[in-house]
Unconditional design. Structure first.
Length: 330
């Protein structure tokens, strides 16, 4: 394997309450996935490979004292940031929700802004310092989100998923077609374009190979808002789907190939990768992907095996998400 390019990998975990089949929230709220899954199944893998993982904490996690104690106990071995599931923070909160279906972009701008402010204050009051890294729940940012985050002192966001458009049951959509694969400072007018913002966008590492060489300006014209548009897109791309750097979705070989694809596409000396998954995928019965012991162990083994391969075969630094800003700038 070639070590000619330096890889910076940030492993990011959307850290939430216990859920189950179809992502149904377990009520009353519980956090076994953190007490057991993070402590026994996840963090030991990170420490084995000296990974400085970034746990992006949803508001209900920050309000759970035992979860807070656990994350404080990790000290400087981890980075902590925030993750907004709108149901669990005022205004217009619903702590009895049995799902987390809302995008933050479902709300009026002043409500979204207040939710982000309250989440940031909750984190700062709990941990004693300003969070720097953020990801929107269900990747559902609005056209105002990055400006709000910038004003609140965040330096890095990772809500962008290139080559995808998300639609929710509230009739809202978030279109990421035409976003770069590598980090960039976004435009105030369109978060898919490079611009003058101070907050760095670190896209989740995924790629549709069929679209990978299509110019970004052309990809930004893709819209999947009607059945006709979906059908046309599927035929044009030969029904290809994005591959994720995510052990829940991809096996070890697929993640290796994707890593090599990013290396080949990059003209730069440094390549930045952002792996993502959920904390509750690493505890039995706490996510749709870990309802059986076999499925949970498959995810655990994929993560372990990929990190073993990466650290042996590549020139890689395993850093917190906000640290990408420093290395990207330099």
């Amino acid at each position: 394997m070639s070590k000619s390019k330096k890889i910076y990998l940030s492993v990011t975990i959307d850290t939430e309450c216990d859920k189950g089949a179809k992502w149904r929230v377990k009520q009353p709220l519980s956090f076994i996935n953190i007490y057991n899954g993070v402590v026994k199944n996840l963090q030991p893998i990170f420490e084995k490979y000296n990974v400085k993982a970034t746990y992006l904490l949803s508001p209900e996690v920050i309000q759970d004292s035992k979860s807070v104690e656990i994350f404080k106990s990790f000290g400087n071995k981890v980075e902590l940031g925030t993750h907004l599931h709108s149901e669990f923070i005022e205004p217009e909160a619903n702590f009895n929700a049995d799902n987390t279906k809302h995008y933050q972009s479902d709300f009026k701008p002043d409500i979204e802004k207040e939710k982000l402010k309250n989440l940031t204050t909750l984190f700062s009051d709990t941990f004693g310092y300003q969070p720097l890294s953020f990801r929107a729940g269900r990747f559902g940012i609005s056209k105002y989100s990055l400006r709000f985050l910038e004003d609140l002192g965040y330096t890095v966001d990772s809500s962008v998923t290139p080559d995808l458009q998300w639609n929710n049951k509230n009739g809202n959509s978030v279109n990421f077609f035409g976003s770069p694969y590598q980090p960039y400072y976004p435009s105030y007018k369109d978060f898919r374009k490079e611009g003058d913002m101070r907050i760095l966008q670190v896209p989740v590492s995924l790629m549709n190979r069929t679209l990978s060489k299509v110019p970004l300006s052309i990809k930004r014209k893709i819209k999947l808002n009607t059945s006709y548009q979906h059908i046309l897109f599927n035929y044009t791309t030969r029904f290809s789907k994005p591959k994720w750097l995510r052990p829940t979705y991809s096996n070890v070989e697929e993640m290796k190939v994707l890593t090599q694809d990013f290396l080949k596409l990059s003209n730069e000396k440094n390549v930045f990768l952002c792996m993502m998954f959920h904390s509750n995928e690493f505890e039995l019965g706490m996510s749709p992907y870990s309802m059986t012991l076999e499925n949970m162990n498959k995810i655990i083994n994929r993560l372990d095996s990929y990190l073993e391969w990466l650290t042996k075969e590549m020139d890689v630094s395993l850093i917190g998400m906000s640290e990408i800003n420093k290395h990207y700038t330099s």
